[in-house]
Design a protein around this ligand. Structure first.
Ligand code: SAM
Length: 207
């Protein structure tokens, strides 16, 4: 999906996102951020921050920069920051595939439910690695399709691929294909959310 379609798609859903998709995604955000075990001194970048619903799970003093390409989603994130007077949480309108940060800036770089939405996941991962410090941590939550176990689910996801533009994400997204180009040094992969349909990945940034 190209970037204009992504922006349009999130303009359509932003007003009801927190009450729908957001509810499903929240356990994954909470579990992942707990795993991150952030220190007050950590600098964190979250790519595809959306409506900013994850901010509430980070420690108050940890500096988190959230970026997104959807101005409509970010408007809601801005409101949350103001309401919670969250002075260490920041948002910027930016494309995760073309970050304007210097190399080796962040201790931890996170992408929640964004790698199967972005136009070019390879570029997104390259950028995540570039701005993350050497031996820093990279975290991802996403649904990765099983290539073996559940034939019905696999067929269903493959069947939805022609309408992925309409859906706003790639329904069939196997981890092995993704990691061929992502080349992540995975430390841990765990299941999360309803039906264990999503995966949390923790990788170390060995550039
Ligand atoms: C499914 S939503 C997830 C939002 C949030 N992470 C959450 O957990 O609720 C995907 C988000 O990624 C954003 N996005 C997609 N491609 C992006 C890119 N290349 N750069 C930055 N944000 C992107 C979308 O605008 C949208 O807000």
């Amino acid at each position: 999906m190209d970037q204009n379609s992504i922006i349009k798609s999130y303009k359509r859903v932003s007003s009801f996102y927190d009450m729908t998709f957001g509810q499903v995604f929240r356990p994954g955000q909470k579990t992942l951020i707990k795993k991150m075990d952030c220190a007050d001194t950590d600098s964190v970048l979250e790519i595809g921050i959306g409506t900013g619903s994850s901010f509430q799970y980070y420690p108050k003093n940890t500096n988190v920069v959230g970026i997104d390409i959807s101005p409509d989603m970010l408007d809601l994130a801005k409101k949350k920051i103001r309401k919670d007077k969250a002075i260490n949480k920041h948002i910027l309108l930016m494309n995760g595939e073309q970050l304007s940060f210097a190399d080796n800036t962040f201790d931890k770089v996170v992408g929640m439910y964004v790698v199967s939405v972005t136009q070019n996941p390879k570029k997104l991962i390259e950028e995540m690695k570039r701005v993350c410090k050497n031996d820093g941590d990279i975290y991802i939550v996403n649904h990765f399709s099983s290539e073996s176990d559940n034939t019905f689910v696999k067929l269903f996801e493959k069947g939805l691929m022609p309408i992925s533009k309409l859906l706003g994400w790639k329904p069939y997204f196997p981890f092995s294909e993704f990691n061929d180009y992502a080349n992540l040094d995975v430390l841990e992969m765990t299941k999360v959310n309803i039906f264990d349909y999503w995966d949390i990945i923790h990788a170390t940034n060995n550039k």
